[in-house]
Design a protein around this ligand. Structure first.
Ligand code: 4AD
Ligand code: MG
Length: 461
């Protein structure tokens, strides 16, 4: 009978039928009389059994890992007690090589293995992607983006696509990638926030999934030079509404993934002990966090006026207590989330530490520092995955903020205009997709969560 052509992931309804499929040789076990091939096509893995005449050809004897082959045969349910991906195997009666892979054995067993150097892994990222873990991470990433979109749409947000080429900074001049735009200076976008704000009067609440670029010369586990930024902006809300919304989006998206058998299996594969976070998340003010760090004897590196780390005679950094006004650095933040071991909002950061557009909290008394209606969502193992805030709604206040930050207001005229033609209390947030995925899939670094990561250390592929 004619064989039905199907992808590996769709074979279950075709058991006991003759089928035809193609893929890459993922695993190969040659037992002289009989050859076992695990075939991979991106939708799944299929065990193929080659025996008798089909195992005795020249092509069979010289078959290597990663060759592409077409197989035709009968799909059999594997008996109880035996395991095969999908619970079935293909008894092959005809097959052929479509593309040979002469270097397959060497590249995939000698050069690339768990012990190979990170720089080799980076060089060979295009081959690493063929592995079971890397491909599971990317499949989970796709499911995550779909689930986020569904959740945001359920919350009545509309998706827009803002530009990547811009002439305004959002998160400070230090991390801008500058470029020449027809003889004019321009940048790669750091955040689509300002554009999202301009959509509120015409489209209502909006979100985007867009690449953001940061020239961060920091070699950390969680910084990329290009990352996927999920951002949302909401009108007529309070600061509490904003944190409630972020919490809802995170939890509902995670639950969608756990309820879907395919994505739940990926989470189980990558992060076997994962449990959905419980609401409400812990909410701790910045001032309380400073106290908490000191109570737990978590210090930070002392810096001189130029921002250089101060060292003692032995060359070790001098560690000092945190005080109000200090940035909570990555190491301290990580210690905090490791100890508390649950998602938490840190909110109310000092104005001097935060971006120009953030709304100030009502001052507590006449003197002292001002704080902003800002929040970071921290996850155990990763730290900050979301940064959000309420925005300055008043034009005069915004003009004063440009001045304080030394920003030329001219290129921001369209952003300032929002405060002239019917302003409103509004706020939003940005979520680092790779960081969220690192938390969900328990990855050591965000580099594993990006198709082709770009960061300060390398851009090989
Ligand atoms: O905290 P950030 O800088 O906030 C903004 O850009 C706001 N304008 C967003 C908004 O309100 N619409 O960045 C938001 C998030 C961070 O919490 C982090 O998860 C991620 O973006 N992020 C990075 N991820 C990977 N590599 C980097 N270099 C990142 N910088 C920020
Ligand atoms: Mg931030």
């Amino acid at each position: 009978p004619a064989a039905v052509k199907a992808k590996i992931g769709n074979l279950t309804p075709l058991r006991s039928k003759r089928i035809r499929t193609s893929g890459w040789v993922h695993r190969l076990r040659d037992q002289k009389e009989i050859i076992f091939v695990v075939l991979r096509d991106g939708t799944g893995y299929l065990q193929c059994v080659l025996s008798g005449q089909v195992a005795q050809t020249y092509e069979a004897l010289t078959l290597t890992l990663e060759s592409t082959i077409e197989v035709i045969g009968t799909l059999k349910t594997v008996p109880d007690g035996q395991t095969a991906p999908g619970g079935h195997e293909l008894v092959v009666d005809y097959w052929k090589v479509l593309g040979a892979s002469p270097g397959g054995e060497d590249a995939f067993t000698n050069k690339l293995n768990e012990k190979s150097d990170p720089s080799i892994q980076a060089d060979l990222r295009h081959l690493v992607l063929r592995g079971e873990t890397a491909s599971a991470v990317l499949k989970l990433r796709a499911a995550l983006l779909t689930a986020f979109r569904q959740t945001l749409i359920e919350h009545d947000l509309l998706e827009v696509t803002p530009p990547c080429l811009v002439q305004t900074q959002v998160e400070g001049g230090a991390t801008l990638f500058k470029l020449d735009y027809y003889n004019q200076p321009a940048f790669l976008t750091q955040s689509s926030q300002l554009y999202l704000e301009t959509c509120l009067p015409s489209l209502g609440d909006v979100f985007c999934v867009q690449e953001s670029f940061r020239a961060e010369n920091s070699h950390t586990r969680r910084h990329l030079s290009e990352y996927t930024h999920l951002e949302a902006e909401l009108a007529f809300i309070t600061f509490t509404d904003l944190m409630d919304h972020i919490e809802a989006i995170i939890c509902e998206t995670t639950n969608k993934l756990l309820q879907n058998p395919a994505s739940a299996a990926l989470i189980k594969q990558l992060n076997p002990t994962f449990t959905a976070p419980e609401r409400p998340f812990l909410r701790m003010s910045y001032v309380d966090a400073i106290k908490w760090l000191n109570e737990h004897d978590i210090k930070h590196e002392a810096e001189d006026a130029e921002g250089n780390v101060i060292r003692d005679e032995s060359g070790s950094p001098v560690m000092v207590e945190h005080k109000v006004g200090d940035d909570i650095a990555e190491a301290a933040e990580r210690r905090m989330t490791d100890i508390l071991a649950r998602p938490m909002f840190l909110y109310g950061f000092p104005t001097e530490l935060k971006a120009f557009y953030m709304k100030k909290m009502p001052r507590d008394g006449a003197a002292g520092p001002t704080f902003t209606e800002s929040c970071d969502l921290l996850m155990p193992g990763v730290g900050e995955i979301v940064g959000g805030s309420m925005r300055i709604a008043d034009e005069e206040e915004l003009l004063a903020a440009y001045k304080r930050e030394g920003i030329d207001p001219a290129p921001y005229y369209w952003f300032t205009d929002q405060r002239k033609y019917g302003t409103c209390e509004h706020g939003g947030y940005g979520l680092g997709v790779e960081r969220f995925l690192a938390w969900l899939g328990k990855r050591f670094t965000v580099r594993e969560c990006s198709l082709y990561p770009r960061c300060a250390t390398f851009m090989f592929v």
